[in-house]
Design a protein around this ligand. Structure first.
Ligand SMILES: C[S@@+](CC[C@H](N)C(=O)[O-])C[C@H]1O[C@@H](n2cnc3c(N)ncnc32)[C@H](O)[C@@H]1O
Length: 294
């Protein structure tokens, strides 16, 4: 009886992790209020730190499996894919390799759009290293809004790149216009869940706008009148609790100052959940939006 009361007192005195996390986030918000924006991530190290981040998460595998399943349902004729914000091509090369393995000889055309030259060069290198004559690949070094494309595609895909466009509705309309009738638009974007609540507080603005999360993307689809065939969430987890400063910076999309790193790490510990193996991981969900050009 007495022991039970003590337990009750202890549990009342210790706020649940969600309250601790909310307080830590508020503290960070207060610390940043009115301060000069933190430096953005540098193009030269972005792809490297992104790759290190993905190695700590099971999200990349879930995305690859989901998109490979969709590609497998698109017949066995020639296929053309536009990957907007293709980065270093690690995901696209994996998908292209899967297409070649499933139907050797099937012509696959891959076009990347990527504003950062180093990442764009890696995209071409990765596609070439598939050594598959049926795969043709090229990349345009440009932001999506600035690229001029004179061909139509079966698929236009944005994997974690819609955050950065100036206007989501404009980008969605432009992407739809690049699809053949029956072609599919796929947008994979993160919600503003535990991890991206940090991005929202810490990341510097992108060309005068904040990063766009899934709610913004969903609203933009509705605003421009593009009907969604599907919107699903892939629930992933990322192991960020003992990561390097570089990966921590990638996770929050800003170059952190040394004094911000401890509170950021404390927040990540507070939002972590138990994984199947008993370790603590940070939720890392991604939403998949799919529309068809009719
Ligand atoms: C998180 S990475 C994703 C890369 C790749 N899609 C993947 O999943 O591995 C986001 C990419 O979007 C690119 N990006 C940023 N702004 C962009 C824009 N306005 N148009 C197209 N791509 C952009 C970045 O350079 C970066 O390579």
């Amino acid at each position: 009886m007495c022991r039970g009361s003590l337990d009750l007192v202890t549990s009342l005195a210790t706020p649940p992790p969600t309250e601790i996390a909310a307080d830590l986030l508020d503290d960070l918000r207060t610390a940043r209020r009115g301060a000069v924006a933190l430096p953005a991530l540098e193009p030269a190290t972005y792809a490297r730190d992104h790759a290190a981040f993905e190695l700590l998460s099971d999200q990349r595998g879930l995305i690859a499996g989901h998109l490979a399943g969709r590609l497998a349902g698109m017949g066995d004729g020639p296929l053309s894919i536009l990957s907007v914000g293709c980065g270093d091509g690690s995901l696209d090369a994996r998908l292209a390799a899967g297409l070649v393995a499933a139907a050797p000889g099937r012509p696959v055309r891959y076009v990347g759009v990527e504003p950062w030259e180093g990442s764009a060069a890696l995209f071409v290198e990765r596609m070439s290293s598939l050594d598959a004559p049926e795969v043709s690949a090229e990349v345009h070094v440009a932001a999506f809004a600035d690229v001029s494309l004179d061909e139509m595609f079966d698929v236009v895909v944005f994997v974690h790149s819609m955050y950065y466009v100036a206007d989501v509705g404009t980008a969605l309309r432009a992407a739809l216009a690049l699809l053949r009738p029956g072609g599919e638009l796929w947008v994979l974007n993160a919600p503003k869940a535990a991890l991206n609540a940090l991005v929202d507080v810490l990341a510097p603005p992108q060309e005068n706008h904040r990063q766009w999360f899934s709610a913004d993307v969903g609203e933009a689809f509705a605003d421009v009148g593009i009907i969604l065939e599907e919107a699903v969430t892939l629930d992933a987890l990322v192991d960020l609790l003992a990561t390097t400063d570089e990966v921590l910076d990638f996770a929050v999309q800003a170059r952190l100052t040394p004094e911000l790193r401890d509170p950021v790490r404390a927040y990540l510990r507070a939002v972590a959940v138990p994984a199947r193996d008993g370790s603590s991981r940070v939720p890392h969900p991604v939403d998949v939006f799919r529309a068809i050009r009719h």
